[in-house]
Design a protein around this ligand. Structure first.
Ligand SMILES: [Zn+2]
Length: 211
């Protein structure tokens, strides 16, 4: 694979490397912790890095516990469409919402928190799931002059996928670093993610391209 040269218009967005998404967490992504050393190495190649955090109030609408009689992974209908119900996860200022203890990206310039509105879930780091409420990240990236967005993190088939799609629609060049991601795979979501990214022309690469 040809080496990728990183410049000043490139940014690495590291998605949701939080305890609840790692083994032992309440919504653990299988082998999610394996991406931590990969991302630590990768981030050294990028002068500009953004970290994101899923960051929900305790009674968030995406939690099955907020809907009496419902169980995690059931699907309900909400104002903005279908919503999968999740176990309680990444509750604001809890240990589950903290970054994995081994994540080490001291030069990250921004920590962007999403999913903060009680009545809207947020997979994408750019827009919440109503597809209208911005997180502010598009504005940040534009103002900083970035043109190419590299994505890594958890989970490939949800937050990474929807972030890649939104970044592409916003006119950024987008590259997903596949071995720096792990997926949940609910109901065919891995295949759906790969298909959608391919259709949108989102590039995929491996972390060895940055060595
Ligand atoms: Zn969440």
């Amino acid at each position: 694979m040809a080496a990728i040269k990183i410049g000043n218009r490139d940014v690495l967005v590291v998605v949701d490397i939080q305890n609840d998404f790692c083994p032992g967490g309440s919504l653990s992504v299988p082998r999610g912790h394996e991406v931590v050393p990969v991302i630590n190495r990768l981030a050294k190649h990028f002068p500009h890095v953004v970290l994101t955090q899923d960051w929900h109030p305790p009674d968030h609408l995406s939690f099955a516990s907020a809907h009496p009689g419902k169980k995690p992974y059931e699907i309900i209908s909400v104002d903005y469409g279908r919503q999968i119900l999740w176990p309680d996860h990444c509750v604001q200022a809890t240990r589950g919402a903290e970054f994995h203890k081994d994540l080490h990206v001291p030069h990250a310039a921004l920590v962007l928190r999403k999913g903060i509105h009680r009545a809207i879930d947020s997979y994408s780091t750019f827009y919440e799931n109503d597809r209208k409420t911005p997180t502010g990240l598009v504005g940040y990236l534009r103002e900083r002059g970035f043109a190419r967005v590299f994505l890594a993190g958890l989970a490939f088939d949800f937050c990474v996928r929807y972030s890649a799609e939104d970044a592409k629609r916003e006119g950024f060049e987008v590259v997903v670093i596949e071995d720096a991601c792990r997926g949940i795979d609910v109901d065919g979501s891995m295949d759906a993610a790969r298909k959608s990214l391919a259709e949108l022309g989102v590039a995929r690469t491996g972390s060895e391209a940055f060595a």
